[in-house]
Design a protein around this ligand. Structure first.
Ligand code: 13P
Ligand code: SF4
Length: 310
């Protein structure tokens, strides 16, 4: 679905009037990607949230992303167009349970993937995203014992790459965790010359067989720079819009989570529509509000990550 011109004009006028910007993740539906001022992966969006002159950020992504923007820019109004835009991975790590888990390992430092709540961030020593996780883990002394939360797939992948033995919280993304090796093998058999590129939230067996693993931005860059003309893409469907934009002559085969459906659309990301963005700007909702003390505690580990990711 592409954006209606009248609606786009109204959104543009409201943005100007209220000094607002729209940030969008690559998993948004195409019409949202096309109206955004900035589009990026989690790390890029966190950086932009911190450095911009707007009074209002309309975050077209999921709740933990909007919360991160608020943590980084507490003086700004951060709006999420639909509060149903959550994240199964963030939800797989309830703060009370995680606090007890952490207490079992008092000599461990905690690295949390950015896909977690502000409360989990506040319980962490440092945050990482899928694009900087290896560097963040390697920033710790080899002997330092580590906990990685909440994604066990990303954590296991980083353990393999770095040779660490991080304790993993047992969380997954319901979208990536549905993708199977069998489906990819079938696609590989059909499209023999196409490399498999995968997001690190996929299962270990998929990551082991992939030709390239990376964050959404890195996957996009890979398809732009590769000499190949066809790619088997193991992640959420939204990224294909940008891949096609940057490389219109190339072909992208999205890995279905099931042969009969395309259910690897993230239901939370897909909650955000242009009607909701317009309403969000008109009514200034839904305003992300966090307790000052929580912001202070969650800011330190996010800042540490940003300092290491310049
Ligand atoms: P990226 O940081 O790679 O954009 O990933 C965000 C996400 O939610 C993946 O499911
Ligand atoms: Fe969360 Fe998975 Fe959706 Fe990303 S794709 S926002 S990890 S549920």
């Amino acid at each position: 679905m592409y954006l209606n011109k009248k609606k786009a004009k109204k959104i543009h006028e409201l943005k100007k009037e209220k000094n607002a910007i729209i940030l969008a993740h690559f998993y948004m539906i195409p019409e949202i990607q096309d109206l955004a001022d900035y589009i990026g992966d989690s790390l890029e969006l966190a950086k932009i949230s911190q450095k911009n002159d707007a009074d209002i950020i309309v975050f077209c992504g999921v709740h933990f992303m909007a919360e991160t923007a608020k943590i980084l820019s507490p003086e700004k109004k951060v709006l999420l167009p639909d509060l149903e835009a959550g994240c199964s991975l963030a939800d797989s790590c309830p703060p009370g349970d995680f606090k007890k888990f952490k207490e079992k390992y008092p000599d461990h430092k905690v690295i949390s993937y950015i896909n977690c709540s502000a409360e989990i961030k506040a319980l962490s020593d440092i945050i990482c995203t899928s694009s900087n996780a290896v560097d963040i883990v390697n920033s710790f002394d080899k002997d330092q014992k580590l906990i990685f939360a909440p994604d066990k797939n990303l954590g296991g992948y980083i353990n393999n790459i770095t040779g660490r033995d991080m304790i993993l919280w047992d969380g997954t993304c319901e979208v990536h965790d549905l993708l199977t090796v069998e489906t990819i093998l079938k696609l590989k058999n059909k499209y023999k010359d196409a490399p498999v590129i995968a997001h690190p939230e996929c299962k270990a067996q998929i990551l082991a067989m992939a030709d390239f693993v990376g964050s959404t931005s890195k996957l996009l860059k890979y398809t732009q720079e590769s000499e190949k003309n066809m790619f088997i893409v193991a992640t959420e469907t939204g990224i294909i819009h940008q891949m096609k934009k940057y490389s219109p002559h190339k072909e992208f085969i999205i890995v279905p989570s099931d042969e009969n459906c395309m259910c690897n659309d993230c239901p939370y990301m897909k909650e955000i529509t242009s009607d909701k963005v317009l309403k969000s700007l008109e009514e200034e909702k839904y305003n992300i509000e966090l307790d000052d003390e929580l912001i202070k505690k969650a800011y330190m580990p996010v800042k540490k990550m940003l300092d290491l990711s310049k």
